[in-house]
Each structure stands twice: as structure tokens, then as C-alpha cells.
Design a protein around this ligand. Sequence first.
Ligand SMILES: Cc1cc2nc3c(=O)[nH]c(=O)nc-3n(C[C@H](O)[C@H](O)[C@H](O)COP(=O)(O)OP(=O)(O)OC[C@H]3O[C@@H](n4cnc5c(N)ncnc54)[C@H](O)[C@@H]3O)c2cc1C
Ligand code: FES
Length: 254
Amino acid sequence: MKKEILDLQIAEATSPWEGFVLLKAEPTEGALPECRPGQFAQLRTGGALLRRPISIHNVEEGGRRVWFLVQAVGRGTRWFQTLKAGDCLNAVMPLGNGFGMPGSGDRVLLVGGGVGVAPLLFQGQRLRERGIPFAFLLGARSADLLLQLEEFRRVGEVFVATEDGSAGECGLVTQHSAFAAPYTLVQTCGPTPMMRAVARLAHEQGMRCEVSLENRMACGVGACLCCVTEDRTGHNRCVCTDGPVFGAEELNWD
Ligand SMILES: Cc1cc2nc3c(=O)[nH]c(=O)nc-3n(C[C@H](O)[C@H](O)[C@H](O)COP(=O)(O)OP(=O)(O)OC[C@H]3O[C@@H](n4cnc5c(N)ncnc54)[C@H](O)[C@@H]3O)c2cc1C
Ligand code: FES
């Protein structure tokens, strides 16, 4: 899949949750490159020197418009909050490997926490198109922090876990009853402790598991090695080029 540097024009910029921005953008010329769920873009930001890696949240039908869901946590991501319709956003995309496409015998549970839910909407969309049974399991501290719930519900069945019990089942995603159902594959993105716990539970229950890592990145193309993570054999793996999606059993979780 060929990566491109392209100018995107913001079609919509909204802030449906405090501290988050949802951007919908289209290329100023031509079409979007083909993108796979779990891949990301390196977005130029006026707030920082280096581009910031942001997951492809969705590609609308027809492949013309791409969505990004951004949590403003620092200089780079806060700048995205200043964007408005008509502004230009420069992107290098698509980067990374993306989630595997399950087989026809699979039943998939897509587990997300926090802004880590972003790449799962696109993956759910693809699974639905291919007729592969799946459900989302989304976790948050409280109901008001469940991001894009209505969008997820438009795509498929959604289970919810909140730590304070204000929506769905009370507790962590790993305590949710969805894990008792006979899924064959779990694909997950979110905070590392959540993914570690999800990977352990999936292993115990005999489900395959893929995790999407969000290590800090600089170049995004395998040149600077600042994103590396150690695998089970003690080798360093570049999250930006070998990942961000890995089989959970490939990684050293200690
Ligand atoms: C493959 C990939 C996909 C991502 N997708 C998304 C996405 O869809 N939406 C989104 O909002 N964010 C996403 N991120 C995280 C995002 O890239 C970082 O939040 C961003 O780079 C922070 O830049 P900043 O300049 O705002 O913050 P900085 O000023 O650089 O840092 C602010 C604070 O955030 C912490 N921080 C910075 N980067 C990360 C990180 N990668 N993980 C955890 N903490 C971090 C810093 O330690 C610091 O405390 C993704 C990261 C990767 C690697
Ligand atoms: S970010 Fe530079 S090698 Fe991965």
C-alpha cells in the first residue's frame, strides 16, 4: 500500500466532547490513497515541529472523506482544535500495517478504551461489509467519556463498560460479560494496561488477539527508532513500520 503526502481540506471540525476534536477531511486534489483499518496518518501540526501520528478513524463510503478523532493532550494535538472548515491539513498516509482481516469462520470482538476506540470504527465498517460477525466492546471511566457511541451503534452491536457504572456494565472491559461469548479473535486498541489485560484474558480463553500500540513516534517511517518495542524474543520492533498492530503473543508485556 503506497503512502502519500497529501493536502487535506477540512470539511467538518467539531468538538463533541471536551478536550477532543473530530475532523472530517477530503484531499484537495485526487482521491484518498487506499487505507486499511488500523493504519495511521502522520499529521502536520502548527503546534509542534514533528508530525503527530493519528489513527484513521473512518473512511466514508466512496473513499473520499477521512475522519480523525483527536484527544488534545499537548502542543501538537491541541493545535488540531484550532482547525475549522476550509482549513488545510497536511498528512502522510497511510502508514503502518493495520489490523488483519479475519476469516469467514471468525467471530470478532473489537475492544477499545479512551481515544483508542478510534481505529475500531473503521475496522467494524470493514467487517460489516464482508459479513464477518463482530461486536464492539467500548470502555470508559463514565458515560460522558464514551466517544462516538452513536457512530459505533450505526455500524454494529455495541457493548459498554464504565468504571462508575453510569452506562452499560459496571467495571473494566475485561470484566464485561461479552468475554463469555464464543469470539475467536479480539482486536484491541487503548491504554497499555487495558491491552495487556485484554491480551491475557483472550489467551486464557483461547481467543487470538491483536493489539494496536500507540508508542510515541517521531519519523513514522522506520528511520529514527524512537518507537521501538521489545518482542518476546528480545528483538526490537518498530511500531511505526512493523506495527502498530501486533499479535499479542509476539510482544513482551513485562
Ligand atoms: C499509531 C498511533 C495512532 C494514534 N492515534 C491516535 C488517535 O487516533 N487519536 C489521538 O488522539 N491520539 C492518537 N495517538 C496518540 C497521539 O499521537 C499523541 O497523543 C500525540 O502524538 C501527542 O502529541 P502532543 O504534541 O499533543 O503531546 P506532547 O506535547 O508531545 O505530549 C503531551 C503529553 O501526552 C503524552 N503522550 C504523547 N504521545 C503519547 C502517546 N503516543 N501515547 C501516550 N501518551 C503520549 C506525553 O507523555 C505528555 O504527557 C496515536 C499514536 C500512535 C503511535
Ligand atoms: S517513529 Fe521513527 S522509527 Fe518509528
